[in-house]
Design a protein around this ligand. Structure first.
Ligand code: SAH
Length: 355
């Protein structure tokens, strides 16, 4: 399968010259037939990586409580859109909905919408939340525009294409992917655009990563929040502030490999620039909450009490598992600091929990 993807990319490079990393990433991950996410379920021990909702039910449950709290703060509208971007196996949404079941009127008011392009994962998601009749979208454009909106996304932004610049003697150049014989290789081509103030002093050789796709996605979400009212929550690994540095990597069966290896069979992602995401949302008039570290956010939402609660009915092995997942999600040397959480709302009247 991925042979076809590699051939297709090579043909494009032969025809049009080296391509920017964004175009490469968009096709490797999202090509309708051969893209990484289109063909397989990449999660869990047998897959390439494990995400927070797959580590413990507590993650989705706390986000369920976060959503219900936002809904109450919004005045408990009797109909609203709950959108999850890139739901993977649908685990987060299933745990969130179960946890918020007891909130009066919440289930009756919500419409579940998913932004997802992978046919394989859509089938898995349908299984996970079948009683809620979810509606799938390929883009935000088809999302209902006449209702309040709550948006969530875990490890979604990092799946959107990003590009790299490198500082050279002559100034910034764009890193591109070309061919060396039959192999993919990195190269540089002139870059005419500007860079943010924060990285203008970078030294020769330094890399700056940016994602027009993430920025325009966040702008669209923020615009929606402004016109429809509501809030959004995005969780991903990344930096609080815009800065130079390279984080682009591929993950193949839980190992980090070069993005030029296992093309189409490995996940590709890079750190999210939360500083830039916040600026993008503010630019559309939205209020920004955070970013904060995932560990802090989950503790604010009460993950320790939740862990203690479920431990009461667990046997010793299960208790050890719960302890382990708690540490994995919150401790700084695990996912607690690397992952950040950012919230957006239509105005300062909403104060989403956890920030
Ligand atoms: N949120 C899940 C999965 C994260 S992986 C979890 O935490 O386990 C990224 C998810 O985003 C996958 O479901 C993938 O298919 C989806 N995705 C990637 N690019 C996308 C795009 N451009 N539009 C919609 N969904 C996308």
């Amino acid at each position: 399968m991925s042979e076809k993807l590699r051939a297709l990319l090579k043909n494009q490079i032969c025809d049009n010259g080296p391509m920017d990393i964004g175009l490469f990433m968009a096709q490797v991950l999202g090509h309708p037939e051969h893209g990484y996410y289109m063909r397989q379920d990449p999660f869990g021990a047998a897959g390439d990586f494990t995400t927070a909702p797959e580590i413990s039910q507590m993650f989705g449950e706390l986000i369920g409580a976060w959503i219900a709290d936002v809904w109450i703060q919004m005045g408990a509208p009797n109909s609203f859109v709950l959108l999850e971007c890139g739901p993977g196996r649908g685990t987060l949404m299933a745990d969130a909905l179960r946890a918020a079941k007891k909130v009066d009127g919440f289930h009756e008011a919500l419409e579940v919408h998913f932004l997802e392009t992978s046919p394989t994962l859509k089938r898995v998601q349908a299984e996970a939340v079948q009683t809620h009749n979810p509606v799938w979208h390929d883009s935000l454009e088809t999302l209902p525009a006449d209702k309040p909106l709550i948006v969530i996304g875990n490890e979604f932004l990092d799946a959107l294409p990003m590009r790299q610049l490198q500082k050279t003697k002559e100034g910034w150049a764009e890193r591109v992917i070309g061919l060396d014989g039959d192999d993919f290789c990195f190269g540089l081509k002139p870059y005419g655009g500007g860079v943010p103030e924060d990285v203008s002093g970078a030294r020769e050789g330094h890399i700056f990563e940016f994602s027009p796709a993430q920025l325009s996605f966040v702008e669209d979400v923020a615009q929606r929040l402004k016109t429809q009212s509501g809030a959004a929550l995005f969780i991903d690994y990344g930096e609080t502030k815009t800065q130079a540095g390279e984080s682009l990597q591929a993950i193949y069966k839980h190992d980090i490999v070069s993005v030029l290896e296992h093309v189409g069979d490995a996940d590709i992602s890079a750190n999210v620039d939360f500083g830039a995401m916040g600026d993008a949302a503010r630019g559309q008039g939205a209020t920004v909450h955070g970013p904060v570290e995932q560990g802090e956010f989950l503790k604010q939402l009460g993950i320790e009490a939740r862990a203690a609660g479920i431990m009461k009915n667990a046997n010793e092995t299960q208790q050890q598992e719960i302890e382990k997942s708690l540490r994995r999600l919150t401790e700084s040397d695990q996912m607690g600091s690397l992952f950040k959480v950012i919230g957006f709302s239509d105005g300062a009247a909403l104060t989403p929990a956890g920030f």
